[in-house]
Design a protein around this ligand. Sequence first.
Ligand code: AMP
Ligand code: MG
Length: 421
Amino acid sequence: MDVKARGFVGYMRTDEALDHFLKESQVERLGAEEVPLLDGLGRILYEDIYTMVDVPSFDRAAVDGFALKAENTYGASPSNPVVFDVEGVVEVGQLPTTRVSDFKAVKIFTGAPLPEGSDSVVMLEYTNQIASAKIEVVQSVTPWKNVSKQGEDLKKGDKVLISGLLLRAQDIGILASIGNSRVKVSKRPRVAVLSTGNELMEPAAVLPFGKIVDSNQYTIVSAVKEAGGEAIILGVARDDPGEIQSKIERGLEEADLVLTIGGTSVGQKDLVPEVVKSLGKPGIIVHGVSMRPGAPTALAIVKEKPVILLPGNPVAAFIAFFVFVKRIMARMQGIPDNVKNFMITARLARRVPSTVGMKSYVRVSVRELDGEYVAEPIKIAGAGVLSSIVKANGLLVIPEDREGFERGEKVEIIVLRDTIW
Ligand code: AMP
Ligand code: MG
């Protein structure tokens, strides 16, 4: 394919297309809902979280041993043990009843509150029981040794989590530890997905000759869910303007964002742009972007809602979703614009050519070799080879102004899978 856009007036630079679209469409955060804390997992936090309590909320033992005054242990060693009277015990979850005075010790367990008067804990290992209520200490401790001090983990007023964060297990835990049983998260964007094409069928092992499975519906609906959205499945529209129109209209009624798949080029059966244009102003804002795969992507606004026209090519649809739809959905959920994908540095196993003027999204398989990451571009026959995005665990982006990258060059790779096989 020549860089001169086939049938397009011209390609708009990918970044420019996205920025332009975000500005024109004024996509905004959708609002919040409050959910039970455990339902917050995988959701986007709606607000900054500050702690109103210290964690831990009291000084507590960090080991099993004896609570005492550190200064009484100074000089203690195996050859010069210091003797203490043991006055009681504090179990976890109990209030200490004894006050510790000079050369007195209280037996204590990890997590139990430190008794008043004590300022440190000697580990059990550094003590010997010499009578029923007497121990000798054979190693000295400094004040606050083996003690988790109040507020050591989090201090009252600390910012604990930031708005826009995707909540993971550890975040749910910290929210619980500062006393939350519910959490305010961003509303899930409702995203309608419509496939178009006379050739498309539901999955089946045997298809009538010439038909193909509507795999994109499955890929894109799942990508919507992975990106935090709620998918509205519009199914398949035949290559018929009336059918495409009524399904898009249903999408516009029910969803915050409409995705169409296929029929976006300038071929005879590429009816979707024409239908979208007929639905009202401003309609299509960008048609044709400088990316490969994904060039026939179009970005539109209809009835003040974004409508993204993804190419039918399965890989192109996936990449265009990644580049445009994820960002729009991020905006809707209040994920800041400057949040970036996690990248790793890898050495390129082969030279990768690219056409100047096009931004290439190269699927790579990253492995570990001799202590470094090596990225192997996945050999493909065309943009439609779905196995390439399944084999890939990374994405190499080659900017518009580069002719490619050389073999052995160190490059930045976007991580697509978070484990390495
Ligand atoms: P189109 O953009 O409609 O010309 O489609 C480009 C290529 O992608 C064609 O080979 C289509 O058969 C294929 N394709 C289109 N839509 C889908 C879909 N929903 N699932 C799988 N392949 C598709
Ligand atoms: Mg088609």
